[in-house]
Design a binder for this molecule. Sequence first.
Ligand SMILES: [Zn+2]
Length: 91
Amino acid sequence: MSEPIKSGSKCTRCGKARVVIGTREETVNNTKVLYTESGCSDKECQDKVDHQLTQEKEKRENIKKEQEKREEQRRANSKKKVAANAARKKK
Ligand SMILES: [Zn+2]
């Protein structure tokens, strides 16, 4: 590989130039969008950023799971109520 491509922006952590790590294609609304992934030219700094991002992602996923669990419980409870009401009406 030749010289890394400078992405033009600077790292918000250390102020070093950010470089393009890679590109990925995603299809949004049937249109192909090309994303450019950039990172810090300092590998150690980039590792820290990645680590932070992973932690944040895990946190968000945990919150989402908790919400889903609560929603499921709420739904189960309301189903029980409906069943109880139906049973009461029969008598
Ligand atoms: Zn950096």
